[in-house]
Design a protein around this ligand. Structure first.
Ligand code: ATP
Ligand code: SF4
Length: 344
């Protein structure tokens, strides 16, 4: 949503990225579903940015565009200053594919059941020229040790089905690490794991971020996990970032009505919310959306203006932005009324 000179150097900048999917059949096929609309954000070096939102808000669509699995309709993706969309998706440079890695929700689905654990690590090491064939096994064992699979030799020659879900996710993390990435896109990496082992995997990601100065985009529908790991949280609703703030700020002073509802539904993260908004239901209009705020049909604070014009992202505090008409008067964090004071 903007540039702040105090932030770490940007590794990734997403500028006005939009993605619409054709839906329906026949005449209706001309209709488009709005998955992303003019999304802007940056990820700094060594920074963990969480993308939080309910199902269908566009989190995975952002991941697919960054990974070059799809082509956005418009907008730019700058990685270390280079416009990556200028290259055809299939021709995306080996360097970009190496520097931007992905960890998936389902660690079993992302590992090939017929191959051993060591194979999953040796392959990327050799493909990206990270070591010689003679060195590869030793390097792979180091990676297993680094992600906490010890003694590594006991895991190396097993197959994915012989490991637990948490252990498989650690292998997937080791595979991503093998090519020495700059940025890891982690799409719900702990949501399929038992609660008891989630924290271990989150702690591992935190340690790797510190040791390697890795940047992460951490996709989750769970604010409690974001709280554990993220420096900044971006809240997505109907393909737009509706609020952005440093994690502690977002959890202690959520401004956007949707964030407040989301927090109220996350007891571990919402202890500090004194005045939750009343629960609302309904779905955003993604096909032929109305011109106003996408959250208006569900918003307990909606005004006439909300149904007529799309709100802009307003700066309401240091690094804190809210896309809501309630905050239109707060053009600077040094002036205007307090954001939360506007919400009853
Ligand atoms: P979840 O948490 O369930 O994965 P999400 O926030 O990641 O949800 P996306 O998967 O990015 O959401 O989807 C955003 C919207 O785009 C949804 O309404 C989804 O149905 C729609 N969508 C995604 N891919 C396609 C597609 N290929 N064709 C049509 N619609 C799609
Ligand atoms: Fe609610 Fe209006 Fe703000 Fe949208 S712009 S979140 S409808 S108050």
């Amino acid at each position: 949503m903007g540039v702040d000179t105090k932030k770490p150097e940007a590794v990734l900048s997403i500028e006005k990225m939009s993605k619409y999917y054709p839906v329906g059949q026949g005449f209706r096929s001309r209709q488009k579903l709005r998955a992303l609309h003019e999304v802007d954000f940056e990820v700094g070096r060594g920074e963990v940015v969480a993308l939080v939102g309910e199902s269908g808000s566009g989190k995975s669509t952002i991941a697919r565009q960054i990974m070059r699995l799809e082509q956005p309709d418009s907008g730019r993706i700058l990685f270390e200053g280079q416009d990556v969309l200028k290259e055809e998706p299939r021709g995306a440079s080996l360097s970009y594919r190496q520097k931007v890695q992905m960890i998936f929700q389902d660690p079993f689905g992302s590992l090939n059941p017929v191959h051993t654990i060591i194979h999953h690590l040796v392959r990327p090491l050799l493909r990206h020229g990270k070591c010689t064939k003679a060195q590869a096994r030793g390097r792979a064992l180091e990676l297993l040790t680094e992600v906490g699979l010890e003694p590594a030799a006991d895991f190396a020659d097993r197959h994915p089905y012989e490991l637990s879900g948490g252990q498989r996710q650690r292998v997937a993390i080791a595979r991503a690490l093998a090519v020495e990435p700059t940025l890891i896109v982690a799409d719900e990496p702990t949501s399929m794991l038992d609660v008891s082992i989630r924290v271990g995997v989150l702690n591992l990601l935190e340690r790797l971020r510190q040791q390697h100065r890795l940047s992460f985009i951490f996709i989750t529908h769970d604010l409690a996990s974001a709280y554990h790991l993220a420096d900044r949280v971006l809240v997505l609703y109907a393909g737009q970032i509706v609020e952005e703030a440093p994690t502690a700020k977002l959890l202690s002073e959520p401004a956007h009505p949707y964030t407040r509802l989301l927090l109220a539904a996350t007891p571990q993260a919402s202890a500090s919310i004194h005045q939750p908004l009343p629960a609302t239901s309904g779905h955003p209009e993604l096909v032929n959306p109305s011109p106003g705020c996408a959250f208006a049909p569900r918003c307990p604070l909606a005004m006439d203006q909300c149904r007529q014009s799309m709100p802009k992202a307003h700066l309401i505090g240091p690094d804190h932005r809210s896309r809501c008409h309630l905050h239109a008067s707060e053009t600077s964090h040094t002036g205007g009324p307090n954001a939360s004071a506007l919400i009853p």
